[in-house]
Ligand binder design. Sequence first.
Ligand SMILES: NC(=O)c1ccc[n+]([C@@H]2O[C@H](COP(=O)([O-])OP(=O)(O)OC[C@H]3O[C@@H](n4cnc5c(N)ncnc54)[C@H](O)[C@@H]3O)[C@@H](O)[C@H]2O)c1
Length: 477
Amino acid sequence: MREYLKFYINGRWVDPKTPKTLDVINPATEGVAGRISMGSAADVDAAAKAARAAFATYSQTTVDERVALLERIIAEYKKRYADMAAAITEEMGAPVALSQNAQAAMGVGHLQTALGVLKQFHFSEPRGSTLIVKEPIGVCGFITPWNWPVNQIACKVAPALAVGCTMILKPSEIAPFSAQIWTEILDAAGVPAGVFNLVNGDGPTVGAAISSHPEVDMVSFTGSTRAGIEVARNAAPTVKRVHQELGGKSPNIILPDADLKKAVTAGVRGVMTNSGQSCNAPTRMLVPKAKMDEAIAIAKAAAEATTVGAPDSGAMLGPVISATQWDKIQTLIQQGIKEGATVVAGGPGKPQGLEKGYYVKPTVLAKVTNEMTVGREEIFGPVLVMIGYDTVDQAVEIANDTPYGLAAYVSGTDTEQVRKVASRLRAGQVNLNSAAVDMMAPFGGYKQSGNGREWGDHAFGEFLETKAVLGYEPKPA
Ligand SMILES: NC(=O)c1ccc[n+]([C@@H]2O[C@H](COP(=O)([O-])OP(=O)(O)OC[C@H]3O[C@@H](n4cnc5c(N)ncnc54)[C@H](O)[C@@H]3O)[C@@H](O)[C@H]2O)c1
């Protein structure tokens, strides 16, 4: 039973201004795994003031000092790696192997990436007699979700620290354990007081207080489009910069000349991983109608080979995050069936023998059209929908017919055609032929999937202001 009742403000573990707690549920057991304090606007205010005070000195640190700091954080992270992976499994149910090999790995991955970028980054550029300077934007507010918890914390905190910003983090209240370990790591690494602050709590209270606080210069939010809109609304009166990373319903175009077995199998795996709880999951598979029967058979086999079970059982999928999420997924599957989709694999209800815990059957729905609810709404569970197309033009049209634009996937053997299709897709990241993760590739959405870009060098820009210093080079006498 974990008890994380203090916040981290101004380099110290402090009690909340008003005591209030929340039980954290382990989704694999439905049992209480721990307790956190739920903060208030007063806690956010204390954190914002600490971050503002620390900005005066931290923003003036040298690149070498920040390189040394990131190196110390990476060293501490490596010491706590197993604790981090265990915390993630406990808070959100990821299989042990996924937590160890991917979830926890992303945390240190973003730290190392930020370190590499920082060593080469140009913070100023002379242009004639003018100097253009990139300066840290100030105090940042970070609001993060539960699905890739430390990934989303690290991809904000690491570049922000690298450029000289100070910050307040509000992690997901449903999965707050990894954020606690993260904070302990930063504390052990000697992050100066006030540079990084942690306040736990819910969105409407702590999230809204961060979004609207006049001392917060920018807010970076990852989560649902609904909450992202609220953040922007609350931020508007203070004219702060708002960075949103929101939902997705990413298309996966399997071109007529693709290696069908490889592409469909990879597509199914891409949806199911992390129990379908990835914002960039390839959830809409677009298949040539002439190849649909064959594709369905491959998808069925791949989904049925996807094992589900307790995080420590060696199964490929754990539970989904919560009872609410489980219910939402079930309602959407039922809605899909009602609107005419065919269940190819999985379907409603819990997998056999897994009555306790929020487990969902790896599900494939075929005969889906892009107009159906399951073709349009983000399900955020292990549910793939398959949609047929007649021509490549039609596939592109269906792919783009969504309010989202986070990711897209294309498979085919004709490289020219694959690239051409990629150029027509309105999405922030297009993955060709199951390319591997690239930590330097910018990550972010078009349309209602958000704005701005995280990861790699592009992330630095989110936390920088641009200053033009005219007359920097004095005119020769
Ligand atoms: N684009 C991306 O990079 C990305 C990554 C992961 C998840 N997501 C999206 O996140 C969603 C799932 O996460 P979730 O259920 O935790 O989302 P959520 O929006 O409910 O919660 C995300 C965070 O926002 C906070 N929040 C909620 N309401 C708020 C408000 N009014 N003001 C300020 N903060 C508020 C929550 O407390 C939490 O910390 C999915 O839609 C998914 O696609 C997007």
